[in-house]
Design a binder for this molecule. Structure first.
Ligand code: SAH
Ligand code: F3S
Length: 481
């Protein structure tokens, strides 16, 4: 997903989302991936019907919900720290109830209630529709837990309340769960089996966003290339589908094509792609539509075949190179970003060198790099000793980050002197006289506001850059949109 892992996204609602007549106050915040952020919008929508409006003030809240992440130990520690803060607030706001949502809720289940006395409510990612009942329990003074994982739930019938939206870009979830079982990863345990959402409901949600003037949509899933709709059911049961279901099935390439065709005035992105599932069809559809952004987040995790195998990533280094070559052939200026883990169990210096040489080959626009963090219950935790010393993991991580920085700078410098199309999303964090937006390659550009406004597509001449940002000046409206 658009990686903001470990970083908090405060789910503050725009007041225009709030319903008149609602009297209870919900404070909801999300940690971790965009799927959590998107789920919080579904939760806010479910609770709006139960009389809750969102508040930005923790001190006012009747109900505090925290949507949690388990991907690395650090992500969990961040949430534990946050619970301490709630504890302090509860002393001045004793009526406040606290609920934990998301991956930590699923992983720890009712243990959460024992470990953290502040918690009244524990709800896993597939149980949000049960929130009204669970809150009734909590209102009656009892703790409540629902962590049942579902084979069908996609929340396709719930129209999300757009929290903290800029009114320009939105996320639309298309799959839930993951069947890949990478040995380091906790997601298949916390988010369950992979299932796809009805394309009809995806299109309806996008139609609605288009009618509200949204300009950019990111299709969201743990593994979007694996999207497959054949009338419902789990991905793994597709073999048992009828001939008719098979003939009318919609895969990711087809879904992308349908959405791009129907909404030529909307920029489309998607995340995350998995190299083992990304097909040539998807790249061809990207090349065919001007409104699909030229950017693929394509995690590699390691450049060593031996480690990829230990990770149960079902492709080789060579196959990854072939995929990259195909992308560059069909979409020459496509940006590619990575996720890399350093210090996976048994990783040697040679494996690490393989990762560095792979990066040299691909020259990613940017990346999200992590030291391996053992997660309880995963195959790696059960079978392999976490044997790379912390200092070695850190050193390798630093080397990888330094190389990525070098490549990012190189890639960004190539834009200097060029004029690129930017969708204006928000004010620059550093200056209220500048806009900030992204180009098709997902690179941020900052430039003086002029007469332009949020939501405009503008042509920006790039004059200089840093390793993270392009700087320039808007010269005209874009005539593409
Ligand atoms: N398919 C998902 C991946 C989720 S996890 C997606 O949509 O993004 C995001 C990234 O976290 C992974 O690609 C991996 O690089 C990293 N990660 C996952 N488990 C990890 C672990 N145990 N230790 C360190 N990093 C991990
Ligand atoms: Fe995790 Fe691998 Fe799925 S990283 S989310 S198990 S694709």
């Amino acid at each position: 997903m658009e990686k903001i892992i470990d970083e908090k996204i405060q789910g503050q609602a725009l007041s225009l989302n709030n319903k008149e007549g609602n009297t209870r106050k919900l404070f909801i915040e999300s940690y971790g991936c965009q799927m959590n952020f998107s789920d919080s919008e579904i939760v806010a929508s479910i609770l709006a019907k139960e009389g809750f409006n969102t508040t930005q003030n923790l001190e006012d809240a009747d109900l505090v919900l925290v949507n949690t992440c388990s991907i690395r130990e650090k992500a969990e520690l961040t949430v534990r720290k946050r619970l301490e803060k709630y504890n302090a607030v509860k002393r001045i706001n004793p009526k406040m109830k606290v609920g934990v949502l998301g991956c930590m809720a699923e992983r720890l289940k009712s243990k959460f209630l024992e470990e953290e006395k502040i918690v009244d409510l524990v709800v896993g990612p597939d149980a949000y529709k049960d929130l009204p009942n669970l809150i009734e329990e909590v209102d009656a003074g009892r703790n409540a837990v629902n962590v049942i994982l579902s084979k069908e739930e996609t929340y396709g019938d719930i129209s999300p309340v757009r929290l903290q939206s800029n009114g320009v870009s939105a996320f639309v979830s298309i799959t839930r769960g993951c069947d890949n079982m990478c040995t380091f990863c906790v997601v298949p345990f916390t988010r369950g089996r992979e299932r796809s959402r009805d394309p009809q409901s995806i299109l309806e949600e996008i139609d609605d966003l288009a009618s509200k003037n949204f300009k950019e949509i990111t299709l969201l899933g743990q593994n979007v290339d694996s999207y497959l709709w054949y009338g419902g059911g789990l991905k793994k049961d597709f073999d048992k589908a009828s001939d008719f279901q098979k003939a009318t099935a919609v895969n990711f390439a087809k879904l992308l094509d349908m959405v791009a065709e129907k909404h030529p005035k909307i920029r489309l992105r998607f995340t995350t792609s998995n190299p083992q599932d990304m097909t040539l069809d998807v790249i061809e559809v990207m090349a065919k539509h001007k409104n699909i952004c030229k950017y693929i987040h394509l995690p590699i995790q390691s450049g060593s075949d031996r480690i990829l195998k230990e990770m149960n990533r079902l492709h080789t280094r060579q196959e990854y190179f072939e995929l990259i070559d195909n992308i560059k052939r069909l979409i020459p200026d496509c940006a590619i970003s990575q996720d890399i883990i350093t210090g996976f169990p048994t990783e040697t210096e040679e494996d690490h060198q393989d990762t560095l040489s792979l990066m040299e080959y691909v020259k990613y626009e940017y990346g999200f790099m992590f030291a391996y963090s053992e997660r309880p219950g995963t195959m790696a935790a059960r079978k392999l000793e976490d044997d790379v010393p912390e200092a070695t993991k850190k050193r390798r991580l630093n080397e990888i980050i330094a190389l990525q920085r070098k490549h990012s700078s190189l890639k960004h410098e190539a834009f200097v002197g060029k004029t690129v199309e930017i969708l204006i999303e928000k004010e620059s964090k550093k200056s209220d006289k500048h806009w900030s937006g992204r180009n098709t390659q997902n690179i941020v550009a900052v430039f003086p506001k002029g007469d332009y406004k949020i939501g405009d597509f503008v042509m920006v001449r790039i004059d200089e850059c840093t390793s993270a940002t392009l700087l320039g000046e808007a010269v005209a409206y874009s005539n593409n949109y």
